[in-house]
Design a binder for this molecule. Structure first.
Ligand SMILES: Cc1ncc(COP(=O)(O)O)c(C=O)c1O
Length: 381
């Protein structure tokens, strides 16, 4: 059954006042997420330290995240951020042998390049896959750099700078054919498109909850393919990573047999309440339905932009972009401010204005955005 997107939209109060096109930075907040955070406050005020409920909430996030990624809870670590997940994974990698190369792309969010560069003193060599003259990164560019010395290809699905989406299944095939593993940073994709980690055949995946997953900051996830877990011993660890959290054994490190071994300390409990509620909306609406809805809106946006003569830097082909459409602008900060004055909320990176769509946006939002841009034609670059 098709979701009632109009009814869903009414659950996000900010949309009554703003044309909110900033889900790629921070989602709009749903009524049920607010209620969940208030529920946490109630529990704390009336019950005190309800440890059992906290643990249940953390496990509920793990289970829901596994469903979103179409995998099993045992393959999910609930982390404090995407960066925390990448760090935990990096700490389990050995760069002392001949397979010490990490391949990243020029589309990476800083954290997924910086953390790998931070492993250079442990023997890692980091190489960057450049973009082609048209601004995209085709598979051939990855093919040139992934080789028998490559341990890991760490790559974003959707680029936060220009909205371009990479061919992750293709990159995974390439990596595996040369004996390398692939880490997917799906933060700018998950919740806006279906990210099926098995179908994409990635080994690891990271992301967080405050963008298209409708949650809050302070919580992320790391997916680790089940067969790989036993061979990875993170040195970034803690008591929540142990096989038995309650053992309180200070004589040894006994990591969990599941992906929980990539966790560390006490979970951000209030965020678990919020994220559980956000993920529930995503799962009830269905990621395939969400993806079709967003595709409809981005298609309309790209067409309308072309009609006003303000072409995007985001590739037009459906398989090459996600939920974010970026347009180049002169004085982009001023354009951003001018749109804010009209209650059109966007964001910007480099010289590009970013409009990111979610299922709660409407065709009217697209028209309002395009009309606001048309009123500032002089800033076209
Ligand atoms: C693609 C991508 N990866 C990683 C991050 C950073 O995630 P965190 O702050 O949870 O480490 C972001 C944040 O905007 C992002 O867009």
């Amino acid at each position: 059954m098709n979701p009632d997107f109009r009814a869903l939209r009414r659950r996000f109060p900010v949309l009554e006042r703003k044309t909110y096109l900033n889900s790629g930075s921070y989602c709009a907040l749903a009524d049920s997420v607010r209620d969940a955070i208030n529920g946490y406050m109630e529990d704390r005020l009336l019950v005190g330290a309800n440890w059992d409920v906290w643990v249940t909430k953390n496990e509920a996030v793990r289970a829901a995240m596994a469903r979103v990624l179409r995998t099993q809870p045992g393959e999910i670590a609930v982390t404090a951020s995407a960066s925390a997940g990448i760090n935990a994974l990096a700490s389990a990698c050995d760069f002392t042998g001949p397979r010490n190369k990490v391949v990243v792309s020029d589309f990476e969010f800083p954290t997924n390049a910086q953390i790998w560069h931070a492993q250079e003193h442990r023997g890692a060599r980091v190489v960057h896959v450049p973009r082609a003259p048209d601004g995209y990164i085709p598979l051939e560019n990855f093919e040139r750099l992934i080789d028998e010395e490559t341990q890991l290809v760490a790559v974003t699905q959707v680029c936060f700078r220009n909205g371009a989406m990479l061919d992750i299944a293709g990159i995974a095939r390439l990596a595996h054919s040369r004996g390398a593993k692939i880490l997917l940073d799906c933060y700018q994709a998950v919740g806006s498109v279906t990210v099926d980690v098995k179908r994409l055949d990635v080994d690891y995946a990271v992301g967080g909850m405050l963008k298209y997953l409708l949650g809050t900051a302070g919580l992320g996830f790391l997916y680790v393919r089940e067969e790989l877990v036993p061979g990875l011993l993170p040195s970034n660890s803690g008591w929540f990573a142990q096989a038995n959290i309650a053992a309180m054994d200070i004589t040894a490190n006994r990591p969990s047999p599941s992906a929980r071994r990539f966790e560390a300390g006490t979970p951000a409990v209030v965020n678990c309440y919020a994220v559980e509620a956000g993920l529930r909306i995503i799962l009830e609406t269905g990621t395939d339905n969400i993806e079709s809805r967003i595709r409809h809106l981005t298609r309309l946006c790209l067409r309308r932009l072309e009609e006003i003569g303000w072409a995007s830097v985001t590739p037009r082909q459906e398989e090459r972009h996600g939920a974010m459409i970026c347009v180049p602008a002169r004085d982009v900060a001023q354009l951003f401010g001018a749109l804010m004055e009209r209650d059109v909320v966007t964001s910007f990176r480099d010289d590009n204005l970013r409009a990111s769509f979610h299922f709660y946006n409407s065709e009217d939002d697209v028209e309002t955005f395009v009309a606001a841009l048309a009123a500032h034609r002089s800033r076209f670059r």
